[in-house]
Design a protein around this ligand. Structure first.
Ligand SMILES: Nc1ncnc2c1ncn2[C@@H]1O[C@H](COP(=O)(O)OP(=O)(O)OP(=O)(O)O)[C@@H](O)[C@H]1O
Ligand SMILES: [Mg+2]
Length: 359
């Protein structure tokens, strides 16, 4: 297993700073994801790690070995490209054998290694098929087999599931994760799909305009976003701003927003601090008349402005006293009676409030 160290790496195309001094330390055997919107530099960074794109600045190490000055075929990294790049004029076996031939592996060894790689991705028996005879999911597996056959120390995957339908994407991401764990290989995975990143990764780097905004585990990135951008990119949230004042006993501070007091977790703000905080819709719970909120929770009075039933959850559009919007989401469909009321009470655990450290 190989640790990867990316230090101050940069690359521009004309005036565009595609990757702008990124530093990352990726652990041995880690499944590490680069997540961000289109054009934020994910592919450029991955191509620099693979050796298909020169660096303007910085260094990349695989373990102790500096690799950014080494040609791609000597880096021992296998890359699955955004569009698979399967050769249409070669059979499945021919495609998988390609990298071995290019590395002058003896002919006698090639057959067995190709067979082993195809078995790993559940394509045994498909050797003689042509690419046009395969489904999207099968083509994607050929791309992974072609990459694994060279026994790389590092696996680089650029949006390998983007051409597949939603259900197959979920199946394949699980298979990729299992394969990576069984081979105990260090992997860097690129996606712009937040759910995919959360599901598959040990750690995630959220990228924006060539830089990393935040690096952390899936729960940390989702529950403790450091910036407005990360909070909003990782799903729907309420972003609220105000000035902190002294709170109730116990060290919690309060912030007045929209004519209501919001409680912050103890120690996250001092009086007179200007704060921006994130409160996820699913952290808010509808409280029925006469029902008590769980102890330690805070309640808010709001007007119910809209209800959207989405199957697995129901979205509630609320308005605070001064009309400021607040979004809530519940797994259980709220009772009809609750939805007919104009004024409702919602409650939340102050621990679910995240004060942005870099608003
Ligand atoms: N060869 C190139 N020549 C000029 N500009 C480039 C080149 N490659 C990338 N760029 C620019 O660099 C920026 C980052 O591109 P990159 O392909 O790394 O983004 P990405 O995060 O992979 O996006 P996507 O999610 O759409 O694949 C973009 O503005 C892009 O237009
Ligand atoms: Mg890309």
């Amino acid at each position: 297993m190989t640790a990867i160290r990316i230090a101050e790496v940069a690359r521009s195309f004309g005036a565009v700073r595609a990757v702008d001094r990124v530093s990352l330390d990726i652990n041995e055997g880690e499944f590490f994801t680069l997540l961000g919107p289109s054009g934020c530099g994910k592919t450029t960074l991955l191509r620099m790690i693979a050796g298909f794109c020169d660096l303007d600045h910085g260094a990349i190490h695989f373990g102790e070995r500096r690799v950014d000055t080494v040609p791609p075929h000597r880096r021992n990294a296998g890359m699955v490209f955004q569009n698979y790049a399967i050769f249409p004029n070669l059979t499945v076996a021919g495609n998988v054998a390609y990298g071995l031939k290019a590395r002058n592996v003896p002919a006698g060894e090639i057959g067995a290694r190709v067979a082993r790689a195809l078995k790993l991705v559940h394509l045994d028996g498909y050797d003689e098929r042509w690419p046009h005879q395969l489904s999207g999911g099968q083509l994607q597996r050929v791309a992974i087999a072609r990459c694994l056959v060279i026994e790389p120390e590092v696996l680089l995957l650029d949006e390998p599931l983007s051409n597949l339908d939603a259900q197959l994407r979920v199946e394949m991401r699980r298979e990729i994760r299992l394969l990576q764990q069984s081979l105990k290989i260090t992997a860097i995975y690129v996606t712009h799909d937040q759910e995919e990143a959360l599901a598959i990764s040990d750690r995630i780097a959220v990228m924006r305009a060539g830089r990393t905004e935040q690096v952390g585990g899936p729960t940390e990135i989702y529950q403790r976003p450091a910036t407005r951008f990360v909070a909003e990119f990782m799903g729907t949230t309420n972003l609220l701003s105000g000035i902190a004042v002294d709170g109730p006993v116990g060290g919690t501070a309060k912030v007045r927003v929209g004519g209501q007091d919001f409680a912050l977790p103890a120690g996250t703000a001092r009086p007179r601090d200007a704060v921006t905080f994130s409160l996820r819709p699913e952290a808010l719970r509808l409280i029925a008349p006469g029902e008590h909120a769980p102890s330690g929770w805070h309640t808010l009075e709001a007007r119910l402005a809209g209800v959207e039933f989405l199957g697995v959850l129901t979205r509630l559009d609320l308005q605070l006293a001064d009309g400021a919007p607040l979004r809530a989401a519940t797994l259980d469909l709220p009772p009809e009676a609750a939805l007919r009321r104009e004024r409702i009470t919602v409650a939340y655990d102050p621990q679910r409030v995240t004060v942005l450290s870099k608003p």
